[in-house]
Design a protein around this ligand. Sequence first.
Ligand SMILES: [Fe+2]
Ligand SMILES: [Fe+2]
Length: 263
Amino acid sequence: MRTIFFGDVFGKAGRQTLTQHMDRIIKEYQPDFIIVNAENLADGKGLTEKTLKPMFRLGVDAVTGGNHLWDRAESLEFIRITPNIVKPMNYPEHAPGSVHYTIQKGEFKLTVINLCGQVYMPPCDSPFTVFDRWYEGFEDKDSCILLDFHAESTAETRALGWYVDGRVSALLGTHTHIQTADEEILPSGTAYITDVGMTGPHDSVIGMRKHIILEKMSTGVPIRYEASDRGNQINAVCVDMDPVTRRATMITRIRQNVSPREK
Ligand SMILES: [Fe+2]
Ligand SMILES: [Fe+2]
């Protein structure tokens, strides 16, 4: 069974990129499941019903979050009542979002989970301890598991990769918006990449207009960020999993420039 996972889909540029290229990607890769990290869907900050519903209509089965998932106060109730929005499970119990979401298509079953890192990130519980506790109680042991690990430190992501190897079918990193070239299948069958990267405007600094970030970083003076709309890229991975052994058999990195760079 095949899954395409899109890294942090950022703002209008990211949504347009998916809208314009989803049919082609589906034709080319023939995925059974499509999962998206959607913490930056609405102008780079959180998601809204208006920005997420069109993504579901494109064929997205479930979305994961991260530290920005709850940035929009007006969306909290929508997140609470939408079962295929998966939150980082090491945030407080009462934070809206599902702890896990299982998608069944014929014989194929995929459970999606999400955890945040602790290094250089807002406070949350240990992803190691919380994963152990969840995995022990998870009864659907014939389901493949896809873990989106949303973290800043490459070392923390790598360590969690070794920790969950053989227990999840894929650990796919998100959050830095920078794709890493270290995709592999770990010895016990977990597909791994430190960061899938960002689907959105790469003529930017992690999605925001670059001249604004340059001004902020070169002067230290606070300034309002604006989402970029230039240099769109698809950053994703395609993962094949064996539904019987629940081991990954292939991980392919996808990085495509889909709009010309401008000055
Ligand atoms: Fe992000
Ligand atoms: Fe993030």
